[in-house]
Design a binder for this molecule. Structure first.
Ligand code: ASP
Length: 331
């Protein structure tokens, strides 16, 4: 029987109503397991309560805590299941994809839209499937298991706030699906003989600016000195209002001249950016210090920048790391 380490971090799956009327995490990792006695038939699970947070409050510090717990226990277990709130699960999945690379052992995130004690909950199904996946011989790498789908950590997005099918795999096939309790794998581990690599350094000084029509450029200089990377969520395949004549272009040029990294991405959910297509984007693309996120998800862009900035203080090296495909984040 496989040995699985369950790391509980909170989220709706572990929430109960508070006296004030909202939901907040309260159920412990052991209690979570007690809702799933059938797990004992197919695996041996040990549970650790790492955090008990709404995932709105989970960020780089907790990603480092999760990475450290997995690194410390990596040789003792066959797989890892992390219970987590759905709101920032895609960020954590992306971050762990950069912090725990080429893992032949599965590192599985799951959660639910309804608490585990609710009668109409999706929690038991998701937790059971996450454990089943973590025990499967063909399981690998950082994945989200949710609503019978297995989604690669770098390609996942929360695309529904309420329905049970809350997560989608963006522009990439699912790694596997469940039909009832049977796992149907689609994508095998591309590198089964690789050795796992752990990274614990992150630099969270990343700012995301969503462009809106009519936006002024005066906010950009205010960010200099506080952030190392500025993500510009542009329109369509990408560009700046006014092209290379506009104040936005001058602000981005000054940002890069001062040593900052500017990363262009798009607000469009599918297919990514291509700054070379339109004149409003071409001049920005040519600036030293400007890179494109191409078809990375917004969550992967942020997590990868924090990881890449954490590995090197040289902008060229950060750029190189950012543009190197990892776990299918760039296709
Ligand atoms: N606010 C919750 C969280 O992300 C939502 C959920 O888990 O579904 O922790």
């Amino acid at each position: 029987m496989k040995h699985i380490l369950l790391l509980a971090t909170g989220g709706t799956i572990a929430s109960r109503p508070t006296a004030a009327g909202g939901l907040a995490p309260a159920i412990t990792s052991q209690e979570l397991l007690s809702f799933l006695p059938e797990a004992a038939d197919f695996c041996h699970v040990e549970a650790v309560q790492l955090y008990n947070l709404d995932s709105t409050s989970i960020g780089p510090e907790q990603w480092q805590g999760i990475e450290a717990a997995i690194r410390k226990n990596y040789d003792r277990y066959d797989g890892f299941v992390i219970t987590h709130g759905t709101d920032t699960m895609a960020y954590t999945a992306a971050a762990l994809s950069y912090m725990i690379q080429q893992s032949p052992k599965p590192v599985v995130l799951t959660g639910s839209q309804k608490s585990i004690y609710n009668r109409d909950t999706d929690a038991r199904n998701n937790l059971a499937r996450a454990l089943l996946y973590a025990c499967h011989d063909e399981a690998w790498g950082v994945q989200i298991v949710f609503d019978n789908k297995v989604i690669l950590g770098t390609r996942a997005r929360k695309t529904r706030t309420k329905s049970f099918n809350a997560f989608s795999s963006i522009d990439y096939p699912e790694t596997a699906i469940f039909r009832d309790k049977r796992l149907i794998p689609f994508l095998p581990n591309p590198d089964p003989d690789a050795r796992v690599r752990f990274y614990d350094r992150l630099d969270p000084s990343v700012f995301v600016l969503r462009l809106v029509p009519g936006m002024q450029a005066d906010c950009i200089p205010l960010l200099a000195g506080h952030y190392h990377a500025l993500v510009l969520e542009s329109f369509g395949v990408g560009g700046l209002p006014g092209g290379d004549n506009g104040p936005m272009f001058a602000a981005v040029r000054d940002w890069c001249a001062a040593g900052g990294l500017a990363v262009f991405t798009t607000q469009v959910p599918h297919e990514g950016s291509d700054l070379a297509v339109y004149e409003v984007g071409r001049a920005a693309k040519a600036l030293p210090g400007v890179v494109e996120a191409r078809d990375m998800t917004p969550e992967a862009v942020v997590a990868k920048l924090m990881w890449a900035l954490g590995q090197s203080s040289s902008r060229d090296e950060t750029e190189r790391l950012f543009l190197t495909p990892i776990q299918r984040d760039i296709l």
